[in-house]
Design a binder for this molecule. Structure first.
Ligand code: MLT
Length: 206
């Protein structure tokens, strides 16, 4: 495993041990870091290459991928800028580690930035798993997500993501051509065993 600051985001990279599988871009939630989702990544994508950056924004010392004004209210100028920086990092990492376009697997704030990257720089991702995601941009650009598959997994009792917001994200992504599979589990905001199973099964078909 490599841990490095050479690229524009502090990150960890775990090379693939199986061939023919897309790399996975792991994007942590608020207060997480580049180590947080590595075990989750190994559980859902055994043997796939894992690329796990740390978000550059600090909220009371907690790393995030973009600034928010309060819970669920985002600084959209910052969302755009940080999503673009993350897309640049993905390009750098693809060159450095010789990777094809990764599938993002993001949780919470990491899922939200992945959705923003899909809308702003769709070419850097081949698909995405968005765990407890919400709409990141009220006025997204016209993206063409034809050919991209997206799995959204929501929690029925999630106190942070209202059901209609998650459904809105699914509708927006579907409207721009993505093949969206939206599931809702009987859980809250935290990840569950069922998230691992659904994500693993979905990734097996990529
Ligand atoms: C966000 O800020 O991206 C969402 O509210 C989820 C969170 O990180 O709590």
């Amino acid at each position: 495993m490599t841990s490095t600051t050479d690229l524009s985001h502090l990150h960890r990279f775990v090379p693939a041990t199986v061939s023919g599988k897309p790399p996975i871009l792991l994007l942590h939630g608020t207060g997480g870091d580049e180590n947080d989702l590595l075990l989750f990544g190994q559980a859902v994508a055994p043997g796939f290459a894992l690329l796990s950056p740390r978000g550059k924004v600090l909220e009371a010392g907690m790393p995030r991928f973009f600034r928010r004004l309060k819970e669920g209210i985002f600084d959209e100028e910052d969302v755009r800028q940080r999503a673009s920086e993350l897309a640049d990092f993905i390009d750098e990492a693809r060159d450095t580690y010789r990777l094809e376009a990764p599938i993002a697997v993001g949780f919470s704030n990491g899922a939200n930035v992945a959705a923003a990257v899909l809308q702003l720089r769709p070419e850097v991702l081949s698909g995405a798993v968005l765990l407890r995601a919400m709409v990141p941009l009220m006025h997204p650009p016209e993206a063409d997500l034809t050919g991209k598959s997206v799995l959204i997994v929501s929690g029925a009792t999630d106190p942070i993501v209202p059901a209609e917001n998650a459904a809105g994200l699914a509708a927006i992504l579907t409207g721009t051509g993505a093949m969206v599979d939206h599931r809702t589990l009987p859980v809250g905001h935290n990840l569950s065993q069922a998230d691992i199973l659904i994500t693993k099964t979905w990734l097996q078909h990529r």
